[in-house]
Design a protein. Structure first.
Ligand SMILES: Cc1cc2nc3c(=O)[nH]c(=O)nc-3n(C[C@H](O)[C@H](O)[C@H](O)COP(=O)(O)OP(=O)(O)OC[C@H]3O[C@@H](n4cnc5c(N)ncnc54)[C@H](O)[C@@H]3O)c2cc1C
Ligand code: FES
Lengths: 290, 358
């Protein structure tokens, strides 16, 4: 990864009980599509809420009654007023129960955890975002941060692929970004439906349609593991340096703080050493982490 | 400055009785089934202290119990605003504990767990609480047990650091070395029990350690294995061992340095529950399973590989030494022979055939 290496973990209170969640109240629920909802949350304790800061790429451990915890990335940029946003795909027990929650209900939050995207090192670079499905959530946090300081960055390209039109998230954001000068947005689905007038094909097909300067570009890739692998491989082949290929990995996580061992991949713990890694840090495509 | 004393064997029980008044005392005790275990001793005179045999457990469960409550929670769905969900901390009490008769390998086990739970970016407060007021009175081994190979891992039979006091059995007396400040204060506080050691005691202690080193029955070439694994990760070796793994987790549970854990919610009723942490093992099939049944570490061979690479490669990179302490417990535990000694032997055999079987 470029630049300053490990970022200090903003908001971590030391010497306290790292396993104790703080209650956070749901202010708003946005239905992104049939399987995905965005939750705008705020910590109940006003002091804790004020002290709570995070960076794009970090995540929290979310507790839902009787369901344990799951790692969820921030989908909002750190400067968002009134709490933070988590975008959750209904994937099983906990995420299913979370989908049943309404404004006013409470969840538990621990974090923020993990190493964020190296925002500082992205300054001055052209940025190529490639997302698949719910993978746009953590990248949205970066994109909105970048757009808030537009002058600090070069060109921005957002390529987004979903299985079907019904899987697309953040439609309103995509529409807004499209209109911004110097921002290019491409969207494709694997399988269209009757109403779909956009592109059909894998997200990699969008890579053929955009023109970018590999040496000036940092790519941020997030989605299903197989998609990450294919896209990173393609981009490396197109000349983007492994140190400029960033992704965020997903693993089974229990503690989120580098202790329980569940999120291992080779010699790394994804929760503490990642979840953001450059391809160089992962030791290349063949390293076994992808 | 380290000091050396002599403690007469006749004085051991009187000393332990006194220590047990002010501290919780943990020592190797032979129980009614004939098993020797590190045990909390409530009455020094009513239990059978056993300094002859290797305790079956390590000290791990005293600092990191097999099952513990991390917090409890309540859920109130009647509230005006919406469902209220609250968490209540549940920290273990800090109790000054004397661990007596601790074997060198087990002391190293504790030092390794310290690295994991206390030296990272996030401290484990549960471990820290139990660890904070602990004193270690270790016992150097005069005679290694059948499965031991601490001479290969450089974690025994005697220690150079880590203990508060280290005892060496000299027959009718113990030779006692002070280590950390806790041991120095203990000998000062109970000075009538500790006579200054003389040259003959020093000589006897030195002889003992030398002799113990020559008595090992096993050679487990851990250093060689570390060097080999730095170059290759031979799938054949992992594959061969994994076919014999029964996925029972015994090796991880018995291991003084296996610290992986699971966290689960246990509902008590609709409105209450507990969050528990339990030991886990990286060899379990579900250890890395994710939503939608996707599993990045799917094959038994990959899990076995993870276990041995963690101990002999990743920990070497991270902490500068392998995390096997040579206690040999996995050798006794695993009926499939998927233990550290077998792994190292198999790896060396594979390499002896120049990267293939001989
Ligand atoms: C860093 C990170 C960021 C993430 N960000 C997001 C995000 O922004 N949005 C999003 O929607 N998702 C995100 N995810 C994925 C999300 O965490 C999972 O979808 C979620 O954990 C699924 O939980 P569930 O209970 O709903 O699913 P279930 O399928 O019911 O359970 C899956 C979970 O249960 C446990 N489990 C399942 N089987 C076993 C077994 N055999 N043994 C032990 N445990 C088992 C595991 O913890 C597993 O993760 C992220 C994941 C990571 C690692
Ligand atoms: S989730 Fe526990 S170590 Fe990463």
């Amino acid at each position: 990864m470029r630049g300053d290496g490990r970022h200090p973990q903003a908001g971590v209170v030391r010497g306290t009980n790292p396993y104790l969640p703080l209650p956070a109240r749901i202010h708003k629920v946005v239905e992104e599509n049939a399987l995905v909802k965005s939750f705008v949350l705020e910590l109940e304790d006003p002091l804790a809420a004020q002290a709570f800061t995070y960076q794009p790429g970090q995540f929290v451990m979310v507790s839902v009654p009787h369901c344990g915890e799951a790692p969820i990335s921030f989908a909002s940029p750190p400067h968002q007023a009134n709490g933070f946003t988590l975008t959750v795909r209904k994937a099983g027990r906990l995420t299913g129960a979370m989908h049943g929650l309404r404004p006013g209900d409470t969840v538990g939050i621990r974090g923020p955890y993990g190493r964020p995207f190296p925002m500082h090192a992205l300054q001055g670079r052209d940025l190529l975002f490639v997302a698949g499905g719910i993978g746009l959530a953590p990248l949205r946090s970066v994109i909105l941060s970048v757009l808030a300081h537009r002058a600090d960055y070069g060109r921005i390209i957002v390529l987004y692929g979903c299985r079907t039109p019904g899987d697309i998230c953040f439609r309103a954001d995509l529409a807004v970004w499209q209109e911004i000068e110097g921002v290019e947005v491409g969207c494709t689905v694997d399988k269209g439906d009757a109403g779909w007038q956009g592109k059909v094909g894998l997200v990699t097909s969008l890579l053929d349609t955009v023109v970018f300067a590999p040496e000036r570009t940092t790519a941020l890739v997030c989605g299903p593991e197989i998609m990450i692998k294919v896209v990173l491989e393609r981009l490396e082949g197109m000349g983007v340096a492994p140190a400029d290929l960033l992704t965020t990995l997903e693993r089974h996580m229990k503690c989120g703080i580098g202790l329980c061992g569940h999120c291992h991949c080779s010699d790394k713990l994804v929760c503490a050493d990642g979840p953001v890694f450059s391809l160089a840090e992962l030791g290349g495509i063949a390293s076994g982490c992808l | 400055m380290h000091e050396q004393f002599v403690l007469k064997k006749d004085h051991l029980l009187p000393l332990l009785r006194r220590l047990a008044r002010e501290h919780r005392l943990v020592a190797p005790v032979r129980n009614g089934y004939g098993d020797t275990m590190y045990t909390v001793v409530t009455d020094v005179d009513a239990c059978r202290l056993d300094l002859e045999r290797q305790p079956q457990n390590s000290l791990k469960p005293f600092f990191f119990p097999q099952r513990e409550r991390l917090c409890s929670y309540t859920v109130d769905r009647q509230g005006e605003e919406g469902m209220a969900y609250r968490f209540y901390p549940d920290l273990p009490e800090e109790r000054a504990t004397v661990y007596f008769g601790v074997r060198s390998c087990d002391m190293f086990g504790v030092m390794y767990c310290d690295l994991v739970f206390l030296q990272g970016e996030h401290r484990d407060i549960f471990y820290q609480r139990r660890r904070e007021k602990a004193l270690f009175l270790t016992l150097a081994c005069n005679r290694p047990f059948t499965d031991c190979f601490c001479h290969n891992t450089r974690t025994g039979p005697a220690l150079e650091l880590g203990f508060d006091l280290q005892l060496h059995d000299l027959g009718d007396r113990f030779y006692v070395e002070t280590g950390k400040p806790g041991g120095v204060s203990l000998t000062a506080h109970w000075s009538p029990f500790f006579a200054p050691a003389g040259d003959d005691d020093r000589q006897a202690q030195f002889q003992n350690v030398l002799e113990a080193r020559s008595l090992f029955q096993r050679q487990v070439h851990v250093d060689l294995a570390v060097r080999l694994l730095a170059r290759h990760e031979p799938e054949e070796v992992f594959g061969r061992l994994s076919r014999r793994c029964q996925d029972c987790g015994g090796c991880a549970f018995i291991c003084p340095t296996c610290t992986c854990f699971n966290i689960v919610d246990q509902p008590l009723d609709q409105g209450r529950g507990e969050r528990l942490r339990t030991w886990d093992a990286c060899t379990f099939a579900g250890f890395t399973r994710m939503a939608g049944d996707h599993n990045p570490v799917d094959l038994a061979a990959a899990r076995i590989k993870k276990r041995f690479l963690h101990k002999l490669k990743h920990d070497v990179a991270k902490h500068g030494r392998p995390s096997c302490v040579g206690c040999g417990r996995c050798v006794g535990m695993c009926f499939g022979g998927v233990d550290m000694a077998s792994f190292v032997a198999l790896l060396c055999e594979w390499d002896g055939g120049k990267e293939g079987w001989r």
